[in-house]
Write a protein that binds this ligand. Sequence first.
Ligand code: ACO
Length: 431
Amino acid sequence: MAKKEKAKLIVGGRELELDVIVGSEGERAIDISRLRSETGYITLDEGFMNTGSCTSDITFINGEEGVLRYRGYSIEDLCEHSTFTEVSYLLLHNRLPNLEQRENFSRLLNEHSLLHEDMRHFYNNFPHDAHPMNILGTMVNAMSSFYPNVDLLSMRDNIDMTAARLLSKIRTIACYAYKKTMGHPIVYPQKDFKYCENFLRMMFWSPVNNYELDADRVRALSVLLVLHADHEQNCSTSTVRLVGSAHANLYASISAGISALWGPLHGGANQAVIDMLEKIHRQGGDIKKFIAKAKDKKSSFRLSGFGHRVYKNYDPRAKIIKKMCSRVLEDEAEHQPLLDIALRLEEAVLQDEYFISRKLYPNVDFYSGLVYMALGFPTNMFTVLFAIGRMPGWIAHWKEMIQNPKAKIGRPRQIYTGSRQRDYVPIQQRS
Ligand code: ACO
């Protein structure tokens, strides 16, 4: 048997031999779980640039080579051959469903697609211009009160039903939020339609607009959701795991993940990209000015849709969306100027020393907004689409953590740098 790799650490006059954990794709981690108890030291790694928070069987990324696989299947294969429903099943169950399993899963999704009628009243109390991500997070959190058995054991035992509930209802919640902002009547899900068909219909059908489903658009939406379905320990998924590690229920954990995703450095970037492209367009299409500003260290401006913590190569998801973008936008003269600016921006960035040396490539958000626009989604729904896509990943990670008998509550440490002990000063004596 091959000798197990070890790492040696010399600290505080002691030498410590630490185990090296090797993943199935050969990634290596030094196991420091004994470090503090044996030496009194902790590690400090702001932004978790080098820190693994768990082992996981769900998603593999090789950021240097631009590889992404869910449960071992390449993202390219899944986008070409699979659907969002099937990929959701794969992430949750670690296998592609057979015909019967897929039918049962679709049935569950259909049965749980309606929202409790009382939850509709919530929508009336949001201001008309409330951001749909805010509505989404609030409504998912409120599901804890509307759907029983939120204690850990019931959720763990009924994970299929809870997962179907979340996957299906989040789409209904999102469409109601959109209709609320439009002041239009809501459209109920219908059992004859598949997941993405229902989604588009609930968004765009109205009594005065008999929205016709188009197979290419349905397919484009499904691919976009597949592309967002998981991305291992990103900010929102780590949030879901951290909140869930306190044994908070799944709805509360996912609601926290939605809040994290809303941030412009994470899922909010797809909306920021379109805002940026529109601004460039309004100002005459001069991309050089924006590139110069992004490189200027005195400015906090960054090119939205470029750079990634893990990908130091072309994001494989961006590659797939870029191809789809040209196809979906082919007949959309209205959006061509933004696509042209995006293509020019990418070309210039990929030749610019600043971006080359920092390995900054287009990420998943750079082209996704253009496709969402072509499908008819307004910009404030882009991050909501990301959240719907990410739902199976969040649930799969919650499930993996909760089923791990060794899982502990997430509780990082810190190095305190504040004042040392001070004596309390009564208010009359304070300057
Ligand atoms: N434009 C200009 N410069 C950038 C950009 C950008 N988009 N991204 C990174 N840089 C520069 C930084 O200024 C820094 O330069 P320095 O070394 O001279 O200080 C260097 O590249 C490294 O950047 P960090 O912020 O340290 O990289 P980090 O891994 O922490 O951040 C992030 C990654 C947040 C994605 C960053 O690239 C960014 O802000 N991008 C724009 C926002 C965006 O597109 N977010 C979506 C990410 S994908 C997702 O969440 C789904």
